[in-house]
Design a protein around this ligand. Structure first.
Ligand code: AGP
Length: 602
């Protein structure tokens, strides 16, 4: 997720901006920049990589006197991490920073290019500043031009704009991405979250979606679709560590709650009215391809397994999944009609990267599904689809897994469209289910408090089985890994139909079974598997839309119109279970022992 800061006032601006961006580093970024207007002089600096590079570039610059200023840390979604793509983006006499995704930017860009506008970057953001200047060049009214610009944007944005056309104002607008305004006397601050302004501002106003306005002469004038509106500020938090977690106890907890929102970003611009589109892919990648091999590790392997069920069932293309550390040494038989897909949150996992290099040496075309642009795996692949989950701080992966799975679901439809293995009617049904995913991912207070209460019963025992069938087998594997990783209790995921081939010998009241019992896929089969366990006195936590009397504990789900909606809702439940058990055991949820966020060694 990108980070935004802004400042209007008489204090030195460069340090305020850089310190503010430093506080946003935890959101992850790959480039950064600042822009300042004071006594009619426009200054801007950009740098790729760490913020230190930007500090280096600006070390001989200091601003003084009244001015307006904006800064940005960029997490690439459209366009590679380069200086040209770094914000602030400049027009002829204005600068803009933006967090979010402008869904209709292509159409706006084409319109502007037809008017002769030259674009420097590949980003969606640059359309904002050129649109503003096109409006200003015709009406010479900066505020009206800004309003007309915002009215044309579709999608998610938190944006700040400064311009020589009105060098005493900062224009702002918020819709779908976070932004707040800080106050301290005549000093006015803008930021994506609290931490950049803690210790600077004393009062804060959290902008709502659809609000916009301008800051001028130490005052903020606020509007929404009904016109100008009054607003009241509140005292600003003082604890930076808590603020980075937005008030959650752990980054992992925050990231479980973020899944609903980031899923909108993952789908944005890709989930269209009647089809799926990946503007970053060339359909030629799929020419002469008659099967797919997906290679990954850990949680990414689980999303790969999930994707394999979807690709075979819906896109009708054979799909094999490999654990990268196994694949590397098994002397695999490879042929050029196989598309080699790697999945990696970090894009730096050594085993996955080496497996990818093996496939490339064998002449296979490659596609990566990754959360970090310009990472080693992305750079090594012929094509890449970014999951847009934003930085994932918790070592135990949650939103990265959810967005990987969504990308694989969208890729399934994309391949089915190319290979014409799906009717428009079936495609529409899939797209409709997809649109409900953010709802299925919502964490309600009722659900979270239920999982907190339940967790007290699962703190001992001689182990856990997570069981499921079909798509819910990889989810069972993932639920078991989540629990193992952060509670240090032994758990394994198992195909439900396999329990009778050995593991059921373990069944007794101290064997905890988490049973994933979806209504839309083989319910009767999974039900009888769970009944076999109950008959042998295993302790069962059933997760299902259908009440299951034999369960010792039961969590009722509500989204059961499509297997993938059941999948995502049950995924959240297993994540919360692992979190709350780990909390009760007093573990470090975000930094579990022996684990690293990115395994760059064999
Ligand atoms: C998942 O919770 C773990 N942190 C781990 O299994 C991880 O998924 C695995 O190391 C792969 O990492 P990657 O997605 O960055 O390649």
């Amino acid at each position: 997720m990108c980070g935004i800061v802004g400042y209007l006032g008489k204090n030195e601006k460069k340090e305020i901006l850089l310190d503010g961006l430093q506080e946003l580093e935890y959101r992850g970024y790959d480039s950064a920049g600042i822009a300042i207007i004071e006594d009619k002089k426009l200054k801007n600096f950009k740098a790729v990589g760490r913020l230190q590079n930007l500090r280096e570039k600006t070390k001989d610059y200091l601003s003084n006197g009244f001015g307006v200023s904006i800064g940005h840390t960029r997490w690439a979604t459209h366009g590679k991490p380069t200086e040209l793509n770094a914000h602030p983006h400049m027009g002829a006499y204005s600068f803009v920073v933006h967090n979010g995704i402008i869904e209709n930017y292509q159409a706006l860009k084409e319109e502007l290019q037809e008017d002769g506008v030259q674009f420097l970057s590949q980003t969606d953001t640059e359309t904002i500043v050129h649109l503003f200047e096109k409006n200003y060049n015709s009406n010479s009214n900066a505020w009206q031009s800004f309003q007309e610009t915002i009215a044309k944007l579709e999608g998610a944005y938190a944006t700040l704009l400064i311009t020589e056309a009105d060098e005493e104002s900062i224009y702002f607008a918020k819709n779908g991405s976070p932004m707040l305004i800080g106050f301290n006397g005549d000093d006015i601050y803008f930021a994506s979250s609290d931490t950049p302004i803690i210790g600077k501002a004393t009062e804060v106003y959290y902008l709502e979606d659809g609000e916009f306005g301008f800051a001028k002469n130490g005052k903020v004038t606020l509007f929404d679709s009904n016109g100008e509106k009054s607003f009241s500020t509140q005292a600003l938090a003082t604890n930076k560590a808590m603020a980075q977690k937005d008030g959650f106890r752990f980054f992992m907890e925050k990231e479980i709650y973020e899944q609903s929102q980031v899923m909108n970003d993952t789908m944005m611009g890709r989930l269209l009215e009647d089809r799926v589109d990946f503007e970053e892919l060339d359909e030629k990648l799929f020419e002469n391809i008659d099967n797919i091999k997906i290679c990954a590790c850990g949680t990414s392997y689980h999303s790969a397994l999930t994707g394999s069920y979807l690709l075979e069932r819906v896109a009708k293309i054979p799909c094999q999944v490999e654990i990268a550390s196994e694949f590397r040494y098994k002397k695999p038989l490879l042929n050029e009609r196989t598309l080699f897909i790697t999945i990696s949150q970090s894009g730096e996992t050594a085993d996955t990267l080496e497996a990818l290099k093996m496939a490339k040496r064998a002449g296979l075309k490659s596609l990566s599904i990754c959360n970090v642009d310009n990472s080693s795996i992305v750079r090594e692949s012929n094509g890449a689809i970014l999951t847009r989950a934003g930085i994932e701080k918790g070592v135990a992966s949650t939103k990265a897994f959810a967005t990987q799975t969504m990308v694989l679901w969208m890729l399934t439809l994309y391949v089915a469209q190319i290979k014409k293995t799906i009717s428009q009617e079936q495609l529409n049904a899939e797209l409709e289910a997809m649109r409900h995913t953010p709802k299925a991912l919502l964490v309600t207070d009722k659900l979270h408090s239920k999982m907190t209460r339940l967790s007290k019963r699962y703190l001992h025992g001689h182990g856990f089985f997570f069981i499921g069938r079909d798509l819910f087998f990889p989810l069972a594997l993932e639920g078991a890994l989540k629990l193992k990783e952060i509670s240090y209790l032994h758990a394994e995921g198992y195909p439900a139909g396999e329990m009778k081939h050995g593991p059921i010998a373990l069944a007794d009241s101290e064997l905890f079974t988490i049973a994933l019992m979806p209504k839309t896929l083989h319910y009767d089969k999974i039900k009888s598997n769970v009944e076999e366990l109950c008959a042998r006195d295993a302790t069962v936590l059933a997760i299902s839309p259908e009440p299951f009397e034999l369960a010792d504990d039961f969590v009722q789900t509500i989204y059961y119109t499509h297997p993938m909606l059941e999948f995502f809702e049950m995924m959240v439940i297993t994540q919360l279970l692992a979190l709350e058990i780990s909390v009760r055991l007093g573990n470090d949820v975000d930094m579990p022992k022996n684990l690293a966020k990115s395994v760059t060694v064999e």
